[in-house]
Design a protein around this ligand. Structure first.
Ligand code: TTP
Ligand code: MG
Length: 350
């Protein structure tokens, strides 16, 4: 089964543009500041700022020198990006039976059926949330990641097994995931700049430079080999979010929609043979602001109980805001073994 790799485009910058659309037309730089904003580094930048030559890892001083008058600098807000990341991952989980989150803005996932169509649907759904992602589809994780980088932003690149070697041949060794700056330099010093050259390099030379294990693994990568294991078994949370047929702030309507969401989520949670201890309601309003209301619960494993918790959080949310919502979702986490639940419940009854 083909594997997909999704990587969000200019992720932190896109998140900031979402909550402040005025930023969209301007070069935008997200920064990690040190010492009261005096110095720091660029975390990421939107594509307008990249055109000015401002990108991840650059010292702030250098970025400021390249900036135009209208360039906006903002500090990172990890909590907010994590929330957006969760939303994106839940879109992916609702369309793929197995997902492995690889970082805040990227994930590998199984693509059965018609992979290209599925990937397009994922991109469209993310777009409806204001997010943009590039996707690569390939026979293994390594190639899928290389493919997702091929056509950024917003690209969809499918790589078939027989195309892999040609695809890799002209790529510079530095583009291979897992080859760091030091290794790249060593390879370049030995006259090896592309994957094709790496593949043809003398084994003896490679072993001398890097040791046997690393030499073998680099050659394997250059030939397009990679793992297909998706490690989602120990998933920490499960969620489902849906776009409602109409926007609403009406309790009755939202409750029914939430009920449908919970039913779908429960279908997956019950297969997991675990109880959960944390629940969260997630709602997105018509302005694309997101709201989360969460709480810890005594361990629970029933669908009915899940819905009661969801309803309670919905009531809390509606008592705190008049917003009109377009998407509503629910998340459970803090999984524990069911045996523990029995003893805790017994305890609670005493
Ligand atoms: P990336 O996916 O590498 O970058 P990106 O999503 O901003 O842009 P692209 O369209 O090229 O994928 O990293 C994801 C986020 O991680 C990014 O938005 C900010 C953060 N990050 C840093 O804080 N420092 C870094 O050096 C890099 C590379 C990323
Ligand atoms: Mg990215």
């Amino acid at each position: 089964m083909p594997i997909g790799h999704l990587d969000m485009d200019a992720f932190f910058a896109r998140c900031e543009e979402l909550r402040n659309p005025e930023l969209e037309e301007k070069p935008l730089v997200i920064c990690v500041y040190t010492r009261e904003g005096e110095s720091g580094a660029v975390s990421t930048s939107n594509y307008e700022a990249r055109e000015l030559g401002i990108g991840s890892g650059m010292p702030l001083k250098e970025a400021r020198a390249k900036a135009t008058e209208e360039t906006v600098f903002l500090p990172v807000d990890h909590d907010y990006y994590r929330e957006k990341s969760r939303e994106a991952m839940s879109v992916l989980r609702s369309r793929s039976s197995r997902v492995q989150k690889a970082s805040i803005d990227e994930a590998y996932f199984e693509l059965d059926g018609r992979p290209v169509e599925k990937a397009k649907k994922i991109q469209a759904e993310l777009e409806s949330e204001g997010l943009s992602a590039s996707i690569g589809i390939a026979p293994n994780k390594f190639l899928a990641k290389m493919a997702s980088e091929e056509d950024k932003p917003g690209g969809l690149t499918r790589l078939r097994e027989e195309e892999a070697e040609d695809f890799l041949r002209e790529k510079s060794v530095g583009e291979i995931h897992g080859i760091g700056d030091a290794t790249e330099k060593k390879l370049e010093d030995a006259g090896i700049e592309t994957c094709g050259e790496l593949l043809e390099a003398e084994n003896a030379l490679m072993v001398e430079l890097f040791g046997k294990k690393k030499a073998v693994s680099m050659k394997a990568k250059a030939s397009g080999e990679g793992s297909t294991e998706l490690g989602d078994r120990e998933r920490k949370q499960m969620s489902r979010i849906r776009t409602m047929p109409r926007n609403s702030s009406d309790y009755g309507f939202l409750k029914r929609q939430l009920g449908l969401t919970c039913r779908e989520l429960w279908e997956r949670v019950k297969n997991r043979d675990k109880a959960f201890t944390k629940v969260a309601l997630v709602a997105i309003d018509t302005e694309l602001n997101s709201y989360t209301r969460s709480r810890s619960v005594k361990t629970t494993e029933s669908g009915e109980r899940m819905f009661r918790e969801a309803d309670r959080l919905l009531q809390r949310l509606l008592s705190e805001t008049d917003a009109e919502f377009r998407r509503i979702g629910f998340r459970v986490a803090g999984f524990v073994d069911k045996e523990k639940q029995t003893s805790l419940d017994t305890f609670a009854l005493q």
